[in-house]
Design a binder for this molecule. Sequence first.
Ligand code: TXD
Length: 307
Amino acid sequence: MRQKVSVIGAGNVGATVAQRLAEMDLADVALVDVVEGLAEGKALDLSQAGPVLGYDSRVEGSTDYAVTAGSRVVVITSGLARKPGMSRDDLVTANAKIVGEVTGAVVERSPEAILVVVTNPLDVMTELALRVSGLPRGRVVGMAGILDSARFRSFLAAELGVSVRSVEAYVLGGHGDSMVPLRGATSVAGVSVMRLLPAERLEEIVQRTRDGGAEVVRLLKSGSAYYAPGAAAAQMVEAILRDRGRILPCAVRLEGEYGVQGVVVGVPVKLGAAGVEQVLEVELSTEERSELERSVAAVRETVAVLG
Ligand code: TXD
């Protein structure tokens, strides 16, 4: 049987996720947007790339959630993106309304689906989707850590003149200014970057990683990043559909892990057919642990806005 993945929001990130999924020939894709014609137009365009690139994924676009029925995974990207000078948290009220409505609409038609949340502020929107859907935590997972880690990896690879494939890095915590790029656990072929780079240079790269989204927003002047976010969300979908059991940093509600109760933040998880199948606890330095605590507190504060 063909599998279906729905992508809600046919804007920059949504369309890029749909494109990646189709090009991987992973599933049929249903694209939904409130803007009349947008999802339909992009879906048609993507369908017409199939013969050139050789994929058979069917891509259907609509304003009507009927097209999403029976999805295995639903990726939620609908909502406003940051403008220069804005923080992700500035989006909370407007996007809570959108993500709340969308979650209700998709779960009604795809009660078995796993939800991958992308909309900002990421950790808070993941918490909201959990509450609205009533699903267990393993089936509502946020995308941010793969992106933040990819930024960290790309900066480190360029600095050290090695392939991005040889750099293993984890960025944990909330997807905001207080995210926690791990130093000790970040390595090149098993050698910690703390031994490969002077401490000040490593801290500069850590800071550039934290500001990675804002750097792109500033350059683009309208809209925020979407190639790397789209690729990251598609990687999560692939891990679920192919039951890979990949260990990826994703946002999940902690229930005691890392000493945190009832807050969504990014940590390494095992992602497979059931969604988040395990939360992994990596060893943190005292400094990293207090950074994580600060990040958790920042997420808690924004969650409070939801009421
Ligand atoms: O790491 C991450 N999690 C992120 C998050 C990385 C990049 C972008 N991140 C956030 O994703 C960003 O801050 C936004 O909150 C979302 C979507 O970003 P994108 O760049 O795709 O924004 P666009 O291009 O403005 O697209 C949003 C689309 C747009 O077409 C709207 O018409 C649509 O969302 N939209 C809706 N669709 C369906 N239903 C409703 N209610 C709706 N409201 C808006």
